[in-house]
Design a protein around this ligand. Structure first.
Ligand code: G4P
Length: 530
């Protein structure tokens, strides 16, 4: 591999921001893009969210609700790095897409509202990051408003998420009395100026006891509190440990105010140095390391339909895992063994789509798709292999599905298959019941509307959805005898598309009862267990 290619790959940082709606993800993304010069003025990302144009302007539901149903990719260049941000839907009603997007990220930034702490959706997304053992960086936002005690927040990370924290910076005051942060690593004071937040004074000091801090902050009580807190951190806090950060067991924590663009650049500078370059991936022929595997390979982690309502096109998002992509190159589609020419790939600079000629491991490219791709498909140059299967995650809402007009059965089946392959829904079949029924599972309830809408508009099929009382799915494994015994006794069993047995539960209690009753069986939260 040429040193140039190696350098290109080494400079890439591909990450996702995980947060609960309203924590400030759009705002933070916008500020990050501003640093990269990828957008000219603040408000561009926000505009995308509010006026719903460009990439997310692809579905009427999005327009009606004013939310982004799908996730996209944004990229920018900064300080010699090529940064790819995998955007995840901000709405509460997110889909499995959001989880899958995380499988294409090499690291994650967890954004937390200082007043609210760890919220429900952050917890769910964190679990996926944990499963993948990727490094997680934390940005605690909205310090310009009164929030919770920073120590409380750190404790919550440990209690609710089970991750240790290392504050890279420490706040001095909060809300009205927010004075800025002390950067423990650089030993510098970064001062917040509420009148002109963009004007950040950075003052090098000789540690937290430097009298300069007293002079600059000018509030005796605050400085005293800051020193006490910092010495507590030094004595009782976790040590800085890059190995643990890389393993995702220790999260570097930053405090700031995204809206004031305060603390964002400090975060970005540290993040880029600590976050991994494109990482190796497991495959059917072993680990594919982008630094040593010269040939192009990648996997499809998301399929987005009708991104442009006028053209009704479908885009498969491919994460390049090794090698160099060149426009027009021929690759092998591992599942079908067909050769494909990648003629019209797109890349995503801020909110624009543009055709690209070259891309490297770590990058995400969009491939126009006329229905030949499925989630998890591998594309390779040279000897064919496949990346490990893309996991399915437990849906939280279930409905029995029927086609209204029997004559339309063929289109209905075709539509369902397409939507399942795209990963928009999970389709199950009842097991052990007299009459086989089809059950649709989704992570966010809005997906039912998406399903109805798309079957109607793309396949001219009307359906009936009857909600089922379940809220959890567990993929079940065990010995043949145990499985047979379990399947005989348990109701509410279904099989997934691959024929694997899945148990559906109404609530946690019901699931725990089953787990206790069948101690020899394993109940998996996602299909990642092979
Ligand atoms: P999201 O994408 O995570 O859903 O959050 P978004 O960036 O849209 O931010 C949610 C709200 O929080 C917005 O206010 C935004 O202005 C505000 N916000 C983001 N960062 C900060 C911060 O550092 N400090 C403070 N005080 N607020 C912040 P909104 O009223 O919902 O919208 P808008 O009227 O400001 O656009």
């Amino acid at each position: 591999m040429g040193t140039n290619t190696q350098q290109e790959i080494a400079n890439r940082r591909t990450f996702a921001i995980i947060s609960h709606p309203d924590a400030g993800k759009t705002t933070l993304t916008e500020k990050l893009l501003l640093f990269g010069g990828a957008i000219r003025e603040a408000g561009t990302v926000k505009g995308r969210k509010q006026s719903k144009h460009a990439m997310s302007d692809w579905m009427e539901i999005e327009k009606q609700r004013g939310i982004s149903v799908t996730s996209s990719v944004l990229e920018f260049l900064y300080d010699g790095y090529h940064v790819n941000i995998l955007d995840t839907p901000g709405h509460e009603d997110f889909s499995e897409d959001t989880y899958r997007t995380l499988t294409a990220a090499d690291s994650a930034t967890m954004l937390i509202d200082a007043a609210k702490g760890v919220e429900a959706q952050t917890k769910k997304l964190f679990k996926v990051c944990r499963m993948r053992e990727i490094p997680i960086f934390t940005f605690i936002n909205k310090l310009d408003r009164q929030g919770r005690d920073p120590f409380d927040l750190l404790e919550e990370l440990e209690q609710l998420l089970g991750i240790r924290a290392y504050p890279m910076v420490w706040p001095i005051g909060m809300g009205h009395s927010f004075k800025g942060v002390y950067n423990r690593h650089e030993k510098q004071l970064e001062c917040f100026n509420p009148e002109n937040p963009k004007d950040i004074d950075i003052i090098s000091v000789d540690g937290p006891n430097d009298p300069t801090i007293d002079n600059v902050i000018g509030d005796e009580a605050l400085v005293e509190q800051f020193r006490e807190e910092l010495s507590l951190l030094d004595i009782a806090g976790d040590a800085y440990d890059v190995t643990q950060i890389a393993a995702g067991t220790l999260t570097p924590v930053f405090f700031g105010s995204a809206i004031s663009n305060f603390g964002v650049q400090t975060f970005l500078n540290h993040f880029l140095k600590l976050a991994p370059a494109p990482t190796p991936r497991e495959s059917s022929i072993g680990l594919i390391d982008p630094m040593t595997h010269n040939q192009f390979s990648g996997f499809v982690f998301k399929i987005q339909a009708n991104m442009n309502a006028k053209h009704r096109d479908r885009v498969a998002f491919l994460r390049i895992t090794s090698g160099t992509f060149k426009r027009g190159m021929s690759v092998k589609h591992a599942r079908t063994n067909k050769t494909l020419k990648l003629a019209q790939p797109t890349q995503f600079l801020a909110h624009q789509r543009s055709t690209i000629d070259t891309a490297y491991a770590g990058d995400i490219i969009g491939l126009f798709d006329s229905g030949s791709f499925r989630i998890g498909d591998t594309l390779v140059e040279g000897t064919s292999f496949t990346f490990n299967e893309m996991p399915h995650f437990s849906p939280e809402h279930f409905s029995e599905i029927h086609v209204k007009e029997a004559l339309k059965h063929k289109s209905y089946e075709k539509g369902l298959q397409q939507l399942t392959e795209e990963g928009a829904i999970q389709l199950f079949r009842t097991y052990n019941s007299h009459l086989e029924k089809q059950i649709v599972g989704v992570v966010g309830v809005l997906q039912f509307e998406v399903l109805e809408h798309r079957l109607k508009s793309e396949y001219h099929v009307d359906i009936t959805l009857t909600r089922q009382p379940f809220s959890l799915a567990r993929w079940v494994t065990g010995t043949e005898t145990d499985m047979a015994n379990f399947a005989n006794k348990q109701r509410n069993l279904v099989t997934d598309r691959e024929g694997r047995l899945v148990a559906l539960f109404e609530n946690d209690y019901q699931m725990r009862t089953a787990v206790e009753k069948y101690p020899d069986m394993t109940f998996h939260e996602n299909s990642f267990f092979q």
